[in-house]
Design a protein around this ligand. Structure first.
Ligand code: SF4
Length: 69
């Protein structure tokens, strides 16, 4: 599983950080950054991506097929 962050879309809502605090964090600009891509199980990371109101978190499988959104 690969995580791609579309930082321009991030509006600092923080729900991804609330769901997966070991995977995502907000930087000094209040935009999402990757803290540790293996900091949670895949279902939790997917739940975090789905929680994002602007779909700023994209999930791909290891063959680069998009799983979400
Ligand atoms: S949930 Fe989306 S908008 Fe909110 S901090 Fe995470 S990436 Fe940014």
């Amino acid at each position: 599983m690969k995580i791609k962050l579309i930082r321009d879309k991030c509006i600092s809502a923080g729900s991804c950080v609330a769901i997966a605090p070991d995977v995502f964090e907000l930087d000094a600009e209040g935009k999402v950054v990757l803290k540790n891509p293996t900091g949670a199980d895949e279902q939790t990371i997917m739940d975090a991506a789905k929680s994002c109101p602007t779909q700023a978190i994209e999930i791909y499988d290891d063959s680069d097929k998009r799983l979400f959104p």
